[in-house]
Write a protein that binds this ligand. Sequence first.
Ligand code: AMP
Length: 307
Amino acid sequence: MSVLVVGSVALDSVITPFGKADEVIGGSAVFFSAAASLFTDVHVVGVVGPDYPRADLSFLTDRGVDLSGVETAEGESFRWAGKYSYDLNSRETLDTRLGVFADFQPRIPDAFRNARTVFLGNIHPSLQASVLDQVERPDLVACDTMNFWINGARAELEALLGRVDLLMVNDEETRQLADEPNLVKAVRWIQERGPRAVVVKKGEHGAMLFHENEIFFVPGYPLEDVRDPTGAGDSFAGGFLGYLDSTPHWDDGAWRRAMVYGSVTGSFAVADFSVRRFRTLSRDEVAERARLFRRLTAVEFEIADAL
Ligand code: AMP
């Protein structure tokens, strides 16, 4: 089994109330593969410039991530800069420099085309569609997007929804996409256009899964030290899809466990800047935090006793 991810491979500059980082490795494909590679084989397609510190990605190759689909093009690597508020719940984009990303045309190597699971990171919906034109028959196509494309490429995004099994978006994007303030109704609107599953991410407050007629919720792990929320969403997606890809049968329980693993990997992403925490993260530590999640959310009681 393997996951194919197409997304940004970036240099991020981040300011939080707890410190700053300059031109550190980031991007949706990098955070995603750091998390997904704890569960399964990952193939990455993206683009960087000759200025990209490829050696900083070697911890991913050591974990079996195949970066041969990350091409080097003439120009500057994609750069993003952001600043977080005091409570880390909102961020301001200070700068986005597309560089080589502006002319990115994803080319999926032959060896990647039969992936079981595909994650379309946050890029133009037409490029996301071009990835789907190049792959064979994945069991699951998951897709991220952002307000920029909801406003700027709505027709292409709506067309893409018909080809996607799972949409992963935050609560604000969900409402904006459906033009509907009620989250449940907004998700139904999305499901009517294609995706049988929708994951609505709510930052530190967790995430909701709408899968066919089931609804499931996981909290964010209550951490004492959060240093940099950048990449939490992509790391959530990596844990979620990495787990599913490594699981033969996708019953309701598998989808729920995927939510827990997504929240687990998301919680490690925010513990430090860039992908720093993933460099040393072991599968045992992931398993231990998943056990803590089980305890965090478990409750046994007889309803009849109280009523
Ligand atoms: P997240 O915090 O999970 O939403 O993802 C943050 C990552 O998204 C950062 O590492 C950025 O490099 C990357 N990013 C920010 N803006 C864009 C964009 N317009 N296109 C692609 N990737 C982006």
